[in-house]
Ligand binder design. Structure first.
Ligand code: AMP
Ligand code: MG
Length: 335
């Protein structure tokens, strides 16, 4: 095997090391997910988790098949956006490894990495990305040398909304997969059921909002509706919101591929709704394997690879983290 690029992801709950070969072959990541004992994710506690799991993850990486430290040609890390204390752990590990191995360092835009790993894995070329994760919800498309945000959440990320609703019912983080399971257990699916558990709709022009539907769903529970019914209704409303904005983005840009990314893209119902919308307008819907939808080091390595191909490197003095980095801050020089 030729050289490999190592990618380090640490924007929020997940600390992960992944790799890609210089010719674009993706390898599974070694990850550890911070699960708070109670409440939401406290940035300092998540950062402590990342520090404490570093050596164990590096051990797993270095004893994996065909891995050698001297095959590493660059170290990529998530420079932003994300939680400051968490980003700092990943950046420190990346600087240490790059210096120790004498290889280039690459500061990567986490949101753009979701697009590039999806493009690599699915073979789509110029998609609209529906990026649905814990902290981020954006509809993105490439135009004029950048990935532009065409629409985004005005309040909380869709995954965060699902996690908060789950937490209010005693379901631990991450709540999304359990909400999916409960929604499937709802006995009478069909559009008519929405009448009895209708929630505020989340589309605002090209933007989205999820906190209103969260408040209303919690209220409806206290009025006696079942948890299964509300999980189902929350999914229908929040996913329809995202799919509608994604459809408008396809219409406005004239693009014919939709790519799903982010942890919520693991959801089968979201995939089904997105696929249906695409079929109806002659577009093609793609999603990567679930392990590449959730945050992972491999996607960071993949964007690092694309940057390295274009001669981009990050000097140590320019490697400070940027918690508020925007998707369209990053110039896209690669194909
Ligand atoms: P990320 O921030 O991209 O790693 O994604 C994590 C988010 O994805 C969390 O909010 C999870 O609850 C959510 N998630 C993971 N799997 C599912 C699923 N099957 N359905 C809905 N949400 C999910
Ligand atoms: Mg993410």
């Amino acid at each position: 095997m030729g050289g490999i690029i190592l990618g380090i992801e640490s924007t929020a709950h997940t600390f992960s090391f992944g790799r890609v070969s210089t010719d674009g072959e993706l390898f599974p990541s070694f990850s550890s997910l911070f699960r708070p004992e109670e409440g939401g994710i406290h940035p300092r506690e998540a950062a402590d988790h990342h520090s404490e799991t570093t050596s164990q993850l590096l051990d797993r990486l270095s004893s994996s098949e065909n891995f050698t430290w001297d095959s590493i040609v660059a170290i990529a890390f998530s420079q932003g956006p994300g939680l400051g204390p968490c980003l700092r752990v990943g950046a420190s590990v990346a600087r240490t490894l790059a210096t120790r191995l004498s290889v280039p360092l690459l500061g990567v835009n986490h949101c753009v990495a979701h697009i590039e790993v999806g493009r690599n894995q699915t073979g789509c070329i110029d998609p609209v990305l529906l990026y649905v994760s814990g902290g981020n919800t954006q509809v993105i498309a490439r135009s004029d040398g950048r990935y532009r945000v065409l629409g985004e959440t005005l309040d909380i990320g869709i995954g965060n909304m699902l996690d908060k609703f789950a937490r209010s019912q005693g379901i631990p983080f991450p709540g999304g997969p359990e909400i999916e399971r409960l929604a499937l257990a709802h006995p009478s699916m069909g559009i008519k059921c929405l009448d009895s558990v209708s929630l505020p709709y989340g589309v605002h022009g090209m933007d989205m909002a999820f906190s209103g539907m969260l408040t209303s769903a919690t209220q409806k529970l206290s009025e006696g509706h079942s948890l299964e019914q509300l999980c189902w209704s929350l999914q229908e409303h929040s996913f329809a919101t995202c799919v509608e904005v994604a459809e408008r983005a396809l219409a406005h840009t004239g693009k014919s591929e939709l790519l799903l990314g982010g942890g919520v893209a693991c959801n089968e119902r979201l995939r089904e709704m997105s696929n249906l919308m695409c079929e109806e307008r002659g577009a093609k819907c793609h999603w990567p394997d679930k392990s590449y939808c959730v945050d992972n080091g491999t996607m960071i390595a993949e964007l690092g690879r694309r940057m390295l191909e274009c001669g981009i490197e990050t000097e140590i003095m320019d490697s400070a983290i940027d918690p508020t980095l925007r998707t369209d801050n990053t110039e896209v020089l690669w194909d």
